[in-house]
Design a protein around this ligand. Structure first.
Ligand code: SF4
Ligand code: SF4
Length: 334
């Protein structure tokens, strides 16, 4: 279904959803940093900046309680957190590199173990993607087969128009339902052209070649030169729309506490530290090798997908200037 929505009507739609009790999550400024966060009003949305972290946390929060316990004498009471209480959500203004990441995550969260926390939020969320109008030197979505107008992962997709407002196209029943439920705010598509979209300056990687090299070079001296300087801060994993490792920890006292699911990162030394004291990834290059292997080989082997959407966040934020696009490009030319 194709429609047009004006900027003002988009705001009216979001305000209406908020008033009805729907959680509306969109890029908004938080202490000077754009982040995907719940809006109190549509006027808080900032459509022209890539949020610092990705949209995955609408489904997979940085930290969440999954169970609580209380102890009284010998009696221990466990209480599950019920995912059914998660609210209906509209995630709006999602960059194509973030929206495309969500179906990639579906594969792992509904694989051998069905993660109800992720899946229930996923079921209750409508994703409204937004075409990208600006790219910086770190963006490389086009190199991994996506684009600034990629609609993968979006239920509804907005493209800004030269005369104002957005061309709006639905790609799922959820997207269609959002339009049909507020039909008075949409108009038939007009003749206005799309504004010029972002043009990341990257050529498409030969991902088959990259994987073929990775298949044969688990042991290779290049890993040292690539990642000896990595400080293992984990920032690259925390800002990544498709990194999904987490740890489960119990936090509390003798009397009560919580079981929590926290983001984790394969760049951390403790990530593979065994109780015996042995660590199979005892040096930073081995940990960074895992990052590249997971993204461009293991996930491809397991789910037939690349675990990178080219958002460039890890390049912008790495404190030691490690550039994953440059590394993958070099591998593709070996
Ligand atoms: S690996 Fe880096 S560029 Fe690729 S999706 Fe993750 S943060 Fe973005
Ligand atoms: S952000 Fe850079 S330094 Fe930090 S773990 Fe990632 S690659 Fe290493």
């Amino acid at each position: 279904m194709q429609k047009f929505i004006s900027e003002q009507n988009l705001h009216t739609l979001l305000d209406k959803l908020i008033a009805e009790g729907t959680r509306v999550v969109a890029p908004r400024m938080n202490a000077g940093t754009p982040l995907y966060e719940p809006l109190k009003s549509a006027s808080e949305m900032v459509a022209d900046q890539l949020p610092r972290r990705s949209g995955k946390e609408a489904f997979f929060p940085l930290c969440e309680d999954i169970m609580t316990y209380e102890k009284e004498g010998q009696k221990v009471t466990l209480k599950d957190i019920d995912p059914a209480r998660f609210p209906e959500t509209v995630l709006v203004g999602v960059r194509p590199c973030d929206a495309a990441a969500i179906p990639v995550l579906d594969a792992v969260f509904s694989w051998d173990y069905k993660d109800e926390f992720f899946l229930e939020r996923r079921k209750k969320t409508t994703i409204v993607g937004l075409a990208c109008t600006s790219a910086d030197d770190a963006c490389f979505c086009t190199a991994v087969g996506l684009s600034p107008s990629e609609t993968r992962g979006s239920d509804l997709f907005l493209t800004p128009l030269e005369d104002g407002g957005y061309a709006c196209e639905s790609y799922s029943e959820k997207g269609e339902a959002l339009i049909k439920g507020h039909l008075e705010l949409f108009a038939e598509p007009g003749n206005s052209r799309a504004v010029s979209l972002a043009q990341p300056q990257t050529e498409k990687f030969d991902l088959k070649k990259v994987k073929a090299w990775l298949d044969e070079h688990f042991e290779d001296s290049s890993w040292d030169s690539i990642a000896t300087r990595c400080v293992g801060c984990g920032a690259c994993a925390f800002v990544c729309p498709v990194c999904h490792c987490f740890d489960i920890v119990d936090e509390g006292t003798e009397k009560s506490g919580k079981r929590r699911k926290n983001w984790d990162a394969c760049g951390f030394w403790k990530f593979t530290h065994h109780a015996s004291g042995h660590n199979p990834r005892d040096q930073q290059p081995k940990r960074y090798r895992n990052r590249i292997m997971h993204k461009f080989k293991y996930y491809e082997d397991k789910f037939g997908q690349t675990l990178c959407t080219g958002c460039g966040r890890c390049i912008r934020l790495c404190p030691v200037g490690i550039d994953i696009a440059q590394i993958v490009e070099e591998i593709s030319k070996k």
